[in-house]
Design a protein around this ligand. Structure first.
Ligand code: GLN
Length: 533
């Protein structure tokens, strides 16, 4: 019998209630009491991973150290817990069916009819239990994506129903998150949607142990009592989750509501050690009471949906707090820079970040933004495609290679300063085939990168197919842009800088994925520092 405890988090009434933040907050509180905790996200869509989804559909695609392209909620888990996640932390219906169908083709089920129950549900259970058995966590929190009642999440609900039966009620806990809407016409908070949502769960054989109620207004004792009575949960198992100004306050709110104490009691776990939240609270207080304020331009093509750049936004929050600085992000659509007057749109910014991206829509706008930052000595951070744009700009305007480009956008450019990586040539499948995950980088001393990291050997996460064409490395260096970070195994250029500039850094990797509350990313920290100095 496993000694790991399993908490299952479902959502009802509407999507986007913040199950990921509630899961991460509870995990934080348990971790702060000394338990080892991880969080897993089960996504009911049929894509094998979100790598092939448009960021407009699903927000950012988050990348783990071991190279999984995952749901952005995994970013929250890492930012809250400061513990890396892996392939096993994000499971999709696509992945489940893929492995069941592979087994069927191999003949593992010979003679049997392969069905949703038991074959799909067994595979779901196997993926949930794997985290506990293989990695020996004390607690695994599994968040089920979607909303209860969706056809596509039914196999997941059935799988976790079976797990309680198999593991016993002391080892499993169901938390259901719902919404208590406020009707302004009658000035009332309404509990009926919660009751219906719990009824829906009950129809699927699950009685929630704890209800977390999202609300814009304080819930009275009467409302809590009513929900407890009609939904058949303990009085202290009705937890209010009121809107707050920052997601990082949610663990504190959940602590006030004793969500951790109730969960531990129901799982028969010791709650004697008080949570150690000192560093978290220090961060929160700096974040909420900044001494400076600066405006940074984030140039990208998915700016209508800030979730498309989730990790970058959060990395600015972490780095801002270290610098006691409020970072106002101005989202700038790269296509607008192409049409209007870029000087007009970029003036007044204290720093410019060019975001990662794919394809040629808006690319010239990004190149214009890199030129503006370089010529006006404005602190600049280019991430992945952002670095590539800075390179193209430098080639065109400083090295006078007018038609320089990346072969991603202009296959026949006479100056392919950014070119397809050797290992990518011949790859035609799109899913999971980029250069993904953590790779090593050696940093030269006396550079901005070295001053930030304070070490010469780093590991950072990647998600790309194209690279700086090292044929041009000397031309760039002689003209004032140097490769200061190199992969020691394959000599791929990882970091470019302009030493004469105030702070101009382009990175082929994604520093934003590794920034957490407790470990703000050094490049973001120094970027902000450069903007306020
Ligand atoms: N499209 C570029 C490449 O594949 C950049 C990718 C990115 O910004 N993540 O190399």
């Amino acid at each position: 019998m496993s000694s790991t405890k399993y908490i299952f988090v479902t959502g009802g009434v509407t999507s986007s209630l913040g199950k990921g933040i509630i899961s991460a907050s509870l995990a934080k509180l348990l971790q702060a009491r000394g338990y080892s905790v991880t969080i897993q996200k089960l996504d009911p869509y049929i894509n094998v991973d979100p790598g092939t989804l448009n960021p407009y559909e699903h927000g950012e695609c988050y990348v783990t150290d071991d190279g999984a392209e995952t749901d952005l909620d995994l970013g929250h888990y890492e930012r809250f817990l400061n513990v890396f996640t892996s392939q096993a932390n994000n499971v999709t219906t696509g992945k489940i069916y893929q492995s069941v169908i592979n087994k069927e083709r191999r003949g593992d089920y010979l003679g049997k009819t392969v069905q949703v129950i038991p074959h799909i549900t067994d595979e779901i259970k196997r993926r949930i239990l794997l985290l506990g058995s293989k990695h020996k966590f004390d607690v695994v929190i599994t968040e089920i994506g979607g909303t209860v009642g969706d056809i596509e999440s039914l196999p997941y609900i059935e799988a976790v129903r079976q797990l309680k039966w198999e593991l016993g009620s002391n080892n499993t806990l169901y938390i259901h998150l719902t919404l208590v809407p406020f009707l302004s016409a009658s000035a009332e908070l309404k509990t009926k949607p919660t009751q219906h949502s719990v009824k829906e769960l009950l129809e699927n054989g699950i009685q929630p142990d704890i209800l977390v109620l999202r609300t814009e207004h304080e819930l009275s004792d009467d409302i809590r009592k009513k929900v407890a009575l009609f939904c058949n949960v303990d009085r202290d198992a009705v937890v209010q989750s009121i809107d707050v100004s920052t997601i990082y306050e949610v663990p504190i709110k959940m602590q006030e509501e004793k969500l951790d104490v109730t969960a531990l009691r129901k799982l028969k776990l010791d709650n004697k050690v008080a949570p150690e939240l000192g560093p978290w609270k220090d961060f929160l207080s700096k974040h909420k009471h900044p001494k400076h304020s600066i405006k940074i331009g984030l140039v990208g093509k998915y700016v209508e949906l800030p979730d498309a750049y989730k990790s970058i936004n959060e990395a600015f929050v972490h780095a801002g707090a270290v610098n006691e600085c409020k970072v106002d992000i101005e989202y700038i659509h790269s296509e607008n820079l192409e049409e209007g007057n870029p000087e007009e749109q970029l003036k007044g910014l204290k720093g410019i970040l060019i975001a990662p991206g794919f394809g040629d829509r808006g690319i010239e706008g990004k190149i214009l933004a890199a030129k503006y930052a370089r010529e006006n000595n404005i602190p600049f951070l280019g991430i992945c495609l952002g670095l590539q744009c800075a390179v193209i700009e430098f080639a065109r305007n400083v090295l006078k290679m007018e038609k320089a480009h990346s072969t991603e956008m202009f296959h026949k450019t006479p100056h392919p300063v950014i070119d397809l990586m050797e290992e990518q040539k011949g790859i035609t499948e799109k899913g999971g085939t980029m250069r993904l995950g953590a790779y090593a980088c050696h940093i030269k001393k006396n550079t901005n990168a070295h001053r930030a990291y304070k070490t010469t050997e780093i590991q950072e996460r990647h998600r790309h197919r194209y690279e700086f064409n090292s044929k041009y490395i000397d031309d760039f260096k002689n003209a004032g842009m140097s490769a200061v970070g190199i992969n020691p195994d394959n000599s791929l250029v990882e970091i470019m800088e302009i030493p004469k500039h105030k702070w101009f850094v382009g990175v082929q990797f994604h520093p934003e994925y590794r920034s957490t509350v407790i470990n703000p990313h050094p490049l973001f920290v120094d970027f902000i520092k450069a903007t306020i100095s």
